[in-house]
Design a protein around this ligand. Structure first.
Ligand SMILES: Nc1ncnc2c1ncn2[C@@H]1O[C@H](COP(=O)(O)OP(=O)(O)O)[C@@H](O)[C@H]1O
Ligand SMILES: [Mg+2]
Length: 268
């Protein structure tokens, strides 16, 4: 599949600081005393799609959650290292966590629409932020739904319950809900694993389009999907970052044997 901006893909080591959306420095995380991430450093370029791959339990979700401080919801949690997002040190005391979570949006494996209308789902966060003028909300809802490639399907039924949508539509609604807040980064944690193959392809096309608007970081179990949608890819194993490079290199000529074994299906 042809990738947008392919010509701009360069070696990770050549990325300049001002081209980064995310800069993870020596990140280690323990959950309930277990080392789940071990000294991860990763420079993630802006307006690109970066995939995280690796066996179940290797720490992909924990790594995503560390970017918008969702891990802190865990009781027994310890953290060392730094995470910089768009030039801000997000674990500094000054960081406003509520704002961080709007700027670093997240879509989960299973769509989780609120039991309210399509319209209300999309503008939920904006209302919390204090937007109340009807015209502004209407415009924001339309824009987010258009950007999530859902507008034409729902424009005549905006006030129907979101629960009446199909699984693929619900997942695009979740993307629209995140996009309404104009995130800098969109985290997608296995966003298509509950969807059929055709719906999955539609979401993949959407992901390619979305990176014009924000930086995408996607966790996926599906190697073909990772190869199709990502510009850069990271392979994690038991909490360690084994290999991270542009996707073409990682999937066609991995530098490490462990990566090769994983992508050729020898384990996992
Ligand atoms: N709340 C928790 N307490 C203790 N261990 C956890 C907790 N959440 C996740 N883990 C462990 O952390 C490791 C990484 O989990 P996770 O990030 O969900 O992996 P992945 O998304 O790659 O499947 C797993 O071994 C998992 O069992
Ligand atoms: Mg996971």
């Amino acid at each position: 599949m042809l990738k947008l901006f392919e010509s701009e893909i360069q070696d990770i080591d050549l990325l300049k600081d001002d081209e980064l959306a995310v800069d993870i420095k020596n990140l280690s995380i323990k959950l309930n005393g277990k080392k789940v991430l071990k000294d991860i450093s990763m420079r993630i370029p802006r307006h690109m799609t970066t995939a995280m791959i690796g066996q179940s339990g290797c720490g992909k979700t924990t790594l995503l959650n560390s970017l918008n401080r969702m891990n802190e919801l865990n009781q027994h949690y310890s953290f060392s290292g730094e995470v910089w997002i768009e030039g801000r040190n997000v674990y500094s005391k000054k960081e406003n966590v509520a704002r961080l979570r709007t700027k670093v949006g997240m879509v989960f494996q299973r769509p989780n629409p609120f039991p309210m209308s399509i319209y209300e789902n999309v503008c939920f966060g904006l209302k919390i932020q204090g937007m109340s003028e009807r015209r502004k909300l209407d415009d924001a809802v339309e824009k987010a739904l258009r950007n999530a490639a859902l507008w034409t399907e729902v424009k005549d039924r905006l006030f129907d319950s979101a629960l009446t949508l199909s699984g693929g539509q619900q997942q695009r609604l979740m993307i629209a809900r995140a996009l309404a807040l104009e995130p800098e980064i969109l985290l997608l944690d296995e966003p298509t694993s509950a969807l059929d193959p055709l719906t999955t392809l539609h979401i993949e096309e959407l992901i390619n389009d979305l990176k014009k608007r924000c930086t995408i970081i996607i966790v996926t179990h599906n190697m073909q999907q990772a190869a199709r949608v990502s510009d850069y890819a990271a392979f994690l194993h038991q909490g360690e970052l084994i290999e991270y490079s542009d996707s073409d290199s990682l999937f066609t000529m991995p530098a490490k044997k462990q990566t090769e074994d994983y992508i050729t299906g020898r384990y996992g």
